[in-house]
Design a protein around this ligand. Structure first.
Ligand code: PLP
Length: 396
């Protein structure tokens, strides 16, 4: 038996365990302090009523012989859910064919599983800082990784460099961790670069629901020609609080061909071989997200998080701190004051304001000196945290 040697090349992910350790040590030393956590990327509001009702009804169906559902007729997902997604994209001006939509148990699984389709001998281009999954998935497979710097000079939105060749590129917009979001115009450049390099864009749209400003892309397919060079991965986690319920989807256009092979056909073959679909009950819940009532309820939840983001943004404005994100994203990415390092600022904020965030360098070397705050928390606690952050920053 020989193990995959590439697992030993993975960086140990100490980020969230180090944070948890530091916070519990501080709490143990100061049991009277009320610590507010603005570090997590998980949602806090419950599932919308329509989703819960749809899932209850589906559970009941599963309890009767006449309405029971066994193996899913298509591993690709029930047509009712794929049709709802097709209509959602159409409402944003993107036409999809049902055969291009694949339902999964979440974006994270698809991001890893998609790599089954590509030879190890592909060079991968990844932004820095980045959602660490993109890097680790490729390290595990032993692929060569190139990094492109996202920094204040490019507003944390790296653009293609024609002198750099890669075969796969990851773009995440609105971005985790920086909250920055590409315009359709900027993505046109990426599509042009991908075509010139015979490369594929893996576009992570997990936070598309937070886009409100005109001109920003919700989908890579808003760019003409993107269907020939981009796969899009999306999730019900952030739009509808499915982080614990688990459902997502991936769009693999029919137009993506390489050496006469259809990527869509390969993905279908992969999924039908290695995956038996998402639970009927969960797919019914996901379908309800797109119902008229479901959409209304979900918008209320998104507005709740947006209001939190605005509260944090106002606090940073008042303190005169540079940041990006927070407008079309639940994440705010702030520059640590006085040239402090990310971890120094983490310790200082925990001690001075009893507020927890995420040190930027946990997402890559270019995150050094930056700090991520999230709007996914409780509204009252977020207001309290924002007031404490301003008060603390003013003491510097
Ligand atoms: N993509 C990005 C950029 C994320 O930040 C996350 C989760 O935080 C995911 C994907 C994972 O989504 P899912 O819960 O659908 O696996």
């Amino acid at each position: 038996m020989k193990l995959n040697k590439h697992y030993s090349e993975l960086n140990e992910s100490y980020l969230f365990s180090t944070i948890a350790h530091k916070v519990s040590a501080y709490q143990a030393a100061h049991p009277d302090r009320d610590i507010i956590r603005l570090g997590i990327g998980d949602v806090t509001l419950p599932l919308a009523r329509s989703v819960v009702d749809a899932m209850h009804a589906a559970v009941e169906e599963q309890g009767h012989k006449e309405t029971f559902h066994g193996y899913i007729p298509s591993e690709q997902g029930y047509e009712f859910l794929r049709e709802a997604i097709r209509k959602y994209y159409a409402s944003h001006g993107v036409a999809l064919d049902l055969s291009e939509i694949f339902i999964s148990d979440g974006a994270k699984s698809d991001l890893g599983n998609l790599l089954d389709l590509f030879d190890v001998d592909n060079t991968v281009l990844v932004p820095d800082p980045v959602y660490p999954v993109y890097v680790d998935d490729n390290v595990m497979a032993g692929r060569k990784i190139l990094y492109m710097a996202a920094n204040a000079q490019n507003n944390f939105l790296p653009m293609p460099d024609d002198s750099v060749h890669a075969d796969l590129v990851y773009l995440c917009s609105p971005n985790n961790p920086t909250g920055a979001a590409y315009t359709v115009e900027q993505l046109k450049e990426w599509v042009r670069w991908a075509k010139a390099n015979d490369a594929l864009i893996l576009f992570d749209a997990a936070y598309e629901c937070f886009v409100t400003e005109p001109g920003l892309a919700r989908s890579i397919y808003e760019v003409e020609g993107a269907k020939e060079c981009a796969v899009e991965v999306c999730s019900f986690s952030k739009i509808a609080g499915f982080t614990g319920t688990r459902c997502g989807y991936t769009i693999v256009p029919q137009a993506i061909l390489s050496d006469g092979q259809s990527l869509n056909k390969m993905w279908l073959r992969r999924q039908t071989t290695k995956f038996n679909g998402v639970a009927y009950v969960v797919q019914r819940g996901a379908e309800a997200v797109f119902s008229e009532e479901g959409m209304k309820e979900i918008q209320q939840n998104l507005d709740y998080y947006r209001a939190n983001a605005a509260v944090i943004a106002a606090a940073l404005d008042e303190a005169g701190v540079w940041y990006c994100g927070g407008k079309n994203s639940p994440y705010l990415w702030m520059r640590c004051p006085n040239g402090m390092g990310s971890w120094d600022f983490f310790d200082w904020l925990l001690e001075t304001a009893n507020v927890v965030g995420t040190p930027g360098e946990g997402f890559g070397p270019c995150g050094a000196g930056y700090f991520r705050l999230t709007a996914f928390g409780d509204a009252e606690k977020t207001r309290e945290a924002a007031a404490r952050i301003v008060a603390a920053l003013k003491t510097l």
